[in-house]
Design a protein around this ligand. Structure first.
Ligand code: AVI
Length: 320
């Protein structure tokens, strides 16, 4: 029984390795070579992202925390209290802590793909907020969540902080917002963190920190792909490039080959010219108005928003 179990496990792993190789190959065979930013986030990549959030140059995380802390009561007044609060991609459930007392949800449902990490975070949170029912769900961000019957009829609110929405193209963002609109039904809301357009110098610094943490984060996707697929990228032979594209209102991150080189992924060889780039991430920046327009395409209506004094970051509230 032992042997067959391990054979099954390894063939399942093989299948998913193949699927990952195929996804990477297809991105590198495209006219504009690209890698999905989800490959940043293995364990080491998540640690690097955590370090990014603490850098002087990287304003979004601390600014959003300032806004949540300062306006928690006002946010609760606008959104109402006692709803079912859902958080896709909740991870460590860190930011919701700042709102739980004020929002007094009927239930908090953090949703995340990494089950163990999520359940540990939810258990810790439950011990800090024993009066709020916390029901973690291990699922993909876009999964349809079946709520327990006793929560039927209670308005739902989705909390989506961090400006993760900025890492989607506008078309993908509308698709995600439509999913949110279906999740909240006709009497629910969305509270979302959105990074704002600003002086490009501030943006360029935020994605080109002096300590090189963002560079390491960018290159780490290649190490992760090596581990997942047996590819032979040498991350040190790719330079970190990040810049604000003013006409598209987005940060673009690329990896640039420092010389001619070949990399083998899933048995296929890819040639890179010197200075050839692979796109690894977009981080779109909006105005309060341009984001409201995008949300309107998904049937979400702008109600209120909160920004910091320097207008770097926004928290925006929408209803169906
Ligand atoms: C997760 N996301 C909102 C970050 C951002 O700013 O777009 C990811 C990141 N990329 C480089 N630095 C941070």
């Amino acid at each position: 029984a032992q042997a067959s179990t391990s054979t099954l496990a390894s063939s399942a792993e093989q299948a998913s390795d193949d699927a990952i190789s195929a996804e990477i190959q297809s991105g590198l065979n495209a006219e504009a070579r690209h890698i999905n930013p989800k490959y940043f986030y293995d364990e080491y990549g998540s640690q690097l992202f955590d370090q990014i959030t603490q850098l002087d140059e990287y304003y979004p995380t601390r600014t959003e925390i300032t806004i949540l802390t300062r306006f928690a009561e006002d946010i609760a007044r606008a959104t109402g209290r006692g709803s079912v609060l859902l958080e896709p991609g909740a991870g460590s459930c860190a930011k919701v802590r700042l709102l739980l007392e004020a929002l007094a949800p009927a239930c908090y449902i953090p949703i995340d793909i990494s089950r163990e990490f999520l359940f540990a975070a939810a258990q810790q949170l439950q011990s800090e907020f024993p009066h709020i029912p916390i029901r973690p769900v291990a699922a993909d961000m876009q999964a349809d969540i079946q709520l327990p019957d006793n929560l039927d009829g209670i308005p739902r609110m989705v909390f989506y902080p961090g400006s993760t929405i900025g890492n989607y193209t506008p078309a993908e963002a509308v698709e995600f917002l439509r999913h949110v609109r279906r999740t909240i039904g006709d009497n629910g809301g969305l509270l979302i963190g959105v990074d704002l357009q600003k002086d490009p110098a501030i943006l360029n610094l935020a994605y080109n920190d002096a300590a090189g943490v963002t560079a390491a984060f960018n290159r780490n996707c290649l190490s992760n792909i090596n581990t997942l697929t047996g590819a032979n990228f040498d991350p040190e032979r790719f330079r970190h490039i990040a810049f604000y594209n003013e006409s598209e209102h987005r940060i673009e991150m690329h990896l640039e080959s420092d010389s001619r080189q070949s990399v083998v992924i899933g048995g296929q060889s890819f040639d890179f010219k010197k200075n050839e780039r692979i796109l690894t991430e977009y981080s779109y920046k909006y105005t309060v108005e341009s984001f409201a327009q995008l949300a309107a395409e998904a049937g979400l209506h702008a109600r209120e928003h909160w920004v910091d004094e320097d207008q770097l970051f926004s928290l925006q509230y929408f209803t169906a």
